[in-house]
Design a binder for this molecule. Structure first.
Ligand code: FNR
Length: 185
């Protein structure tokens, strides 16, 4: 049987993003069950309703890739106790026009990392709220990852056994959610 397709969105446009590292490591934990496609958001222009009716190609490409996915996995930094503007911008594009909201009915999992002690907890609360309003089914549970320089090794593996076990369970839960909800879309 073919695997369900998951669009991965990293909420950072920073070249050495720690969230992109985490996203790679976490997707690697369930690659046997889910097929992941990283969907970039850096090239999107700032949302402007004046562009509706003649959307830029970058926007059409982005929304078509999300629409084609069975589910979405968002791994994001926290900026000033919310989500980064680059991520909010991508979500806004995907939410319009109202009849073509690409987030509606999508199973989603969210996580994120920052060097701070509460590892993006506040930003993730905002993200959960936004995606829920848009009609995504956001997986329950919480994964707030406080980033340490040795958390992920050069090969992309999560070094700490307990953290790896926790994140494995999180991603296994996501694979279960996707397999339950995606066929019903
Ligand atoms: C931050 N950072 C940050 N960290 C955090 O834990 N809570 C916060 O509210 C913020 N706010 C914030 C605002 C802005 C404008 C910047 C640039 C940074 C620090 C942030 O966690 C750190 O830069 C991470 O490295 C960002 O993740 P990426 O971009 O490396 O994936």
């Amino acid at each position: 049987m073919s695997k369900f397709k998951v669009a991965v969105i990293v909420g950072s446009n920073r070249r050495d993003s720690i969230n992109r590292k985490l996203a790679r490591a976490m997707t690697g934990l369930v690659e046997s069950r889910l097929e992941f496609e990283f969907v970039g958001i850096d090239e999107l222009p700032m949302y402007n309703a004046d562009l509706e009716g003649n959307r830029p190609d970058s926007v059409n490409l982005f929304t078509s890739r999300i629409a084609a996915a069975d589910a979405v996995f968002v791994v994001t930094p926290e900026h000033n106790r919310s989500i980064p503007a680059v991520l909010k911008n991508a979500i806004d594009w995907g939410s319009k026009p109202a009849g073509q909201n690409v987030w509606k009915g999508k199973p989603a999992a969210i996580t994120g990392t920052s060097p701070g002690a509460i590892g993006t907890a506040v930003g993730q609360q905002h993200l959960r709220q936004i995606l829920a309003v848009l009609g995504s089914t956001v997986m329950g549970g919480e994964a707030y990852i406080s980033f340490k320089p040795d958390l992920i090794d050069a090969s992309g593996a999560i070094t700490n056994d307990s953290t790896r076990g926790f994140l494995q369970a999180y991603m296994d839960g996501f694979a279960e959610l996707v397999s339950k909800l995606a066929p019903a879309r």
